[in-house]
Design a protein around this ligand. Structure first.
Ligand SMILES: [Fe+2]
Ligand SMILES: [Fe+2]
Ligand SMILES: [Fe+2]
Ligand SMILES: [Fe+2]
Length: 389
């Protein structure tokens, strides 16, 4: 098993992290030949960077310390430039729904990887729960792709991730009260648990932002409605996942862990990447993140009087994030957990929900009869997906 040892890699000094526009704008991948997991890594790392930029903006609004704010400004600009470099790897001829299918392929295989490497049983349950929802989104977008663009989603996912119904999107709409989750304890959670937390929050946030920003780009009423329906589920996913993190982390402790998570994700991406130009980006950005990480250690010790060793231990994360097929795992979760729903911060079988569960009335109101996620299944003209099921 490959471990990540953050203190054993070279770092790139902060003043060498700024480049020209031309150096930043790299040629995009070829959508016909790129490996599906290269596409999902581009999505994930774009999301990790957007998460970093947004968190640094939020921290800057809450910390009255000019030295910390200067650090945030300096490194945030790098995060921002990294994000642009990565997102610009997407080719112009990749349609919104094609990109969405890669988003959900990422959601399935990332969540499955994190769940299988999560020691905290409650957090694992939260991951398995949302896994089945993103799995269903993949199926709904595949149907939309067939109807809208005549495309075959299997050609995008290449059989690495199955395309079939999960927990139906129709029953994923819940009252906001049912987004509540209990959180892990920052002192007891392993480093991998805390990395899983930062990774999944950024990934789901990215998915939410993409659907909210692109769902209006199709003239089709069904496409517009389906995007608004699934974007709202992603918003719920962000809410449930952020609730799992310990809010007692101090601001600079959270900053430190987020930088470590960025470096960890780049290291994981670097290990698996086969496209040499993109592999080079992952390696370079890992070096940039390790510099941010060391700077964050110094800030924590200077301004919060914290001890980085107490937060990090030896800093070694014993396993990396691997994007690869999880077909058997997903089917096992599907067989045993499809009918779970959250109630009072736990997960219960649908038959055991009380009659006054707030989400019953809430989802009826949102679905308003036949929801777009059901309609896209009913009206499909050719049914290529059904033939294979
Ligand atoms: Fe970054
Ligand atoms: Fe999803
Ligand atoms: Fe999601
Ligand atoms: Fe960073």
């Amino acid at each position: 098993m490959t471990a990540f040892r953050p203190f054993e890699h070279d770092l790139i000094p902060i003043n060498e992290q700024f480049k020209s526009w031309k150096e930043m704008t790299l040629p995009p991948y070829d959508k016909k030949t790129a490996d599906p997991y290269t596409k999902t890594r581009v999505i994930l790392m774009n999301g990790i960077e957007n998460g970093s930029v947004l968190m640094k903006h939020a921290l800057a609004r809450m910390i009255d310390n000019d030295a910390v704010k200067l650090h945030l400004a300096l490194t945030r600009r790098v995060e921002s430039l990294q994000q642009q470099t990565i997102n610009w790897l997407n080719p112009a001829d990749q349609t919104v729904v094609e990109t969405s299918i890669s988003y959900e392929q990422l959601a399935v295989d990332l969540t499955a990887n994190l769940a299988q490497n999560e020691r905290d049983s409650y957090f694992k349950q939260v991951l398995d729960f949302a896994l089945l929802e993103d799995f269903d989104h993949l199926y709904r977008y595949a149907l939309l792709y067939e109807q809208l663009e005549g495309g075959d989603a299997e050609e995008l996912t290449r059989g690495r991730t199955e395309i079939k119904p999960g927990r139906p999107t129709r029953i994923q709409h819940r009252h906001p009260a049912d987004e509540m989750r209990t959180h892990f304890d920052r002192e007891e959670a392993s480093l991998r648990t805390r990395m899983n937390y930062f990774t999944i929050v950024s990934a789901e946030q990215q998915t939410m932002l993409f659907y909210k920003d692109h769902g209006q780009m199709y003239p089709s009423t069904l496409a517009r409605q389906l995007y608004t329906e699934i974007a709202d589920v992603e918003q719920q996913h962000v809410s449930q996942y952020e609730a799992v993190g310990d809010p007692n982390m101090t601001p600079l402790e959270a900053l430190l862990l987020m930088e470590l998570n960025e470096a960890y994700n780049y290291f994981s991406a670097y290990q698996a990447e086969e496209d040499p130009a993109i592999k080079k980006v992952w390696k370079e950005f890992m070096g940039q993140e390790l510099e941010h990480f060391h700077m964050a250690i110094a800030l924590l010790e200077r301004y919060e009087g914290g001890d980085a060793r107490e937060v990090l231990g030896d800093g070694i994360i014993p396993s990396i994030i691997e994007l690869r097929p999880n077909i058997d795992y997903v089917n096992a979760v599907l067989q045993t957990q499809a009918d779970l729903q959250p109630y009072d911060m736990e997960f219960v079988r649908s038959e055991n929900l009380p009659a006054d569960w707030p989400s019953f009335a809430f989802r009826d109101r949102q679905n308003g009869g036949v929801p777009p996620s059901d309609y896209v299944e009913k009206r499909r003209p050719r049914g290529r997906i059904r033939e294979r099921m």
